[in-house]
Design a protein around this ligand. Structure first.
Ligand SMILES: CC(=O)N[C@H]1[C@@H](OP(=O)(O)OP(=O)(O)OC[C@H]2O[C@@H](n3ccc(=O)[nH]c3=O)[C@H](O)[C@@H]2O)O[C@H](CO)[C@@H](O)[C@@H]1O
Ligand SMILES: C=C(OP(=O)(O)O)C(=O)O
Length: 430
């Protein structure tokens, strides 16, 4: 078992290049499966979720060639099966994109239920509703489900709730369906726009991505393309928050500042200095942190995926902060861990009440999901003593070389394999 061991590290200073977005890359790889010619995808991050996607793809006949620069050549012409191993499918969130990507062309797909982070409830009813409207039939078994169609056709779909996954999945299905599809109350996330942009490069006819109404006209052929994923706005946000927690100054390069609009406003309100250029953001601390209220919302609102790291920062802001996660009202498993470190946070009715300004102290904590992991890492950077974080596999779903990245800006952080235990921790104490 791996642990990340972190000691108080302030101030952090330096710059970090932000890799391609996990959530975009997973959608772009699925989009590549629709192409009738090879596709090149650039900026694919080295994270475990993508490794699972590659393993599934290889099992069904997709040829992947990855080079040292994180560019991947994908040739889907050899697909010989649409039966996705249920165990692999359930080990990450977006195996459901194989339905959107394969159904129109092959007529059936079978796969396991979605995994990913466990926030108690993550339904896929809106995926099912959209695909059924387009002519798909679902059959549910205990640990996998089948989706079939005799012919996928366009449909007018109104989502009951805004979902980035359900928007992307229907868009993937619609680009090869017969006729016109309209997606209403669609998600406006940058990852939706990125997927639409790539599909358009492949010859798809899509209008309106980035607004709440997307219109798609199905086409019979999709060509190859050479496409670069957008930078990961959630990794970017995590490093900016870390600058606030450690009192340092961090510049993130290769980002699209507009993708972090509301998050930058919130960080400014809390008391961070923020400077942007066309493709970089610098965050620095110049005074006391201020308590605030935050409510997560779908894009362009404050992202649920930055709620947990922000909570770590708010433990250091004097006064009472209120964090309400309206997207995942049970996404608070990190709170018990932060409280073990000396934070004073109460969760009531899906709202976290934070009495900030108390010093944190290092201890053994567990990351239950990817952003809980980065939240605890940031708390560990600000805490006195040594914080040892288990559940590293969750962090590796979304963050490439997390330890080396933080070391490069001065963090006192190490990855330990199990047997190193507390001796290893004394070793990093020096
Ligand atoms: C791999 C990936 O891209 N993951 C992201 C994606 O997840 P994912 O695409 O799974 O999340 P959604 O955008 O679908 O979820 C948004 C909200 O809609 C609800 N919902 C969703 C689908 C559905 O069929 N029914 C339904 O009720 C969800 O419970 C949630 O409250 O967006 C989430 C919300 O920004 C992020 O936290 C995840 O990092
Ligand atoms: C919730 C997340 O991921 P996933 O949807 O892959 O579980 C996340 O990236 O914060």
């Amino acid at each position: 078992m791996k642990r990340i061991v972190v000691q108080s590290s302030y101030p952090l200073r330096g710059s970090i290049a932000i890799p391609g977005s996990k959530n975009s890359s997973l959608a772009l790889l699925a989009a590549a499966c629709l192409a009738d010619e090879p596709v090149i995808l650039r900026g694919m991050p080295r994270i475990s979720d993508l490794d699972v996607f590659f393993r599934i793809g290889e099992e069904i006949g997709i040829d992947f060639r990855r080079d040292a620069d994180n560019d991947v050549l994908i040739d889907s012409r050899g697909i010989h099966s649409t039966e996705i191993d249920p165990v692999k499918a359930s080990s990450f969130r977006t195996a459901y994109y194989f339905v959107g990507a394969l159904l129109a062309k092959y007529g059936n797909v079978s796969l396991g239920y979605p995994g990913g982070d466990d926030f108690v409830s993550r339904p896929i009813d809106q995926h099912i509703k959209a695909l059924e409207a387009m002519g798909a039939r679902f059959t549910f078994h205990s640990d996998y489900y089948d989706v079939e169609t005799s012919s996928l056709h366009g449909a007018d779909i109104y989502y009951d709730t805004i979902s980035s996954g359900a928007t992307i999945n229907a868009m993937l299905a619609a680009v090869r369906a017969k006729g016109k599809t309209v997606l209403r109350q669609a998600a406006r996330d940058p990852e939706v726009v990125d997927t639409a942009n790539m599909l358009v490069c492949m010859g798809a006819k899509i209008r309106g991505a980035g607004t709440d109404t997307i219109a798609i006209e199905g086409v019979p052929f999709l060509r190859g393309c050479d496409y670069t994923a957008i930078p990961d706005r959630l990794i970017a946000g995590s490093f900016l928050i870390a600058a606030g927690a450690t009192g340092g100054s961090i510049t993130i390069n290769d980002v699209i500042p507009e993708h972090l609009g509301v998050s930058l406003s919130k960080l400014t309100e809390i008391g961070l200095g923020i400077e942007t250029t066309d493709n970089s953001i610098t965050a620095y601390r110049y005074g006391r942190l201020r308590a605030t209220r935050v409510r997560t919302a779908m894009y362009p609102g404050f992202p649920t995926d930055l709620q947990q790291p922000l909570t770590a920062l708010l433990t250091q802001a004097s006064g009472r902060s209120i964090v309400a996660d309206r997207i995942y009202p049970k996404r608070y498993q990190h709170v018990a861990q932060l409280n073990r470190m000396g934070a004073d946070i109460n969760v009531r009715s899906g709202v976290a009440l934070i009495k900030g300004g108390r010093p944190l102290r290092g201890t053994l904590v567990h990351a239950t999901d990817v952003r809980a992991g980065i939240c605890l890492l940031i708390a560990g950077l600000a805490a006195e003593g040594v914080t040892s974080i288990t559940g590293v596999g969750h962090i590796e779903r979304g963050y490439e070389n997390i330890v080396a990245s933080f070391q490069s800006i001065g963090a006192n952080i190490e990855m330990l394999e199990d047997n190193a235990g507390w001796n290893g921790i004394s070793a990093i104490r020096g």
